[in-house]
Ligand binder design. Sequence first.
Ligand code: APR
Length: 186
Amino acid sequence: MDARVSGTRLALELGDITEQRVDAIVNAANTTLLGGGGVDGAIHRRGGPAILEECKAIVARQGGCPTGEAVITTGGRLPARFVIHTVGPVWSGGRRGEDDLLAAAYRNSLRLASERDLTTIAFPSISTGAYRFPIERAAGIALSTVAGMLRAGGHHVAEVRFVLFTDYDLAVYHRALERLAQEERR
Ligand code: APR
């Protein structure tokens, strides 16, 4: 399913984010930027050592990446040109600012992409794996944050893809996108 927000295609896909042929894919990283499991592990495995080398240089320069922030590196051997590494919040009940930090992770990733005039970007479902953020809640935050930024304009982003790893996750994002489309029509 896809929608259009202020001229930008917003698409949901079932698949592996490391296979996406886009300008940038977003990594669900951790604050050390030194790799992990899930999306992080898959990106470093497939992208090769060049990505980790650039992450280490960023760590040497600025320390790690705080939750909600984002950094950008080469895509290495990936089909994508760049990897935007962002750190989502660990879910701890919802009263520790997790919603705002998740929104910030999407916002800062999209900001980095538009600052570099990238036109296509693919997101995984940030924080909904090891970080245990409830996916229904995360999907609503992800889509409304990205749609809000696209409506604000000032970018050349032509397509934003959400790449889901399971049918269940895709169905959750599908429902969230339908809710967003209904709100747009109001
Ligand atoms: N492509 C797309 N989505 C994927 C892939 C993949 N190759 N692999 C996993 N996913 C999905 C998971 O099913 C989940 O829905 O990405 C979502 C995020 O899961 P995680 O990768 O566990 O990310 P997160 O919950 O943000 O936890 C981040 O896990 O891997 C470590 O270093 C990482 O400490 C960090 C933490």
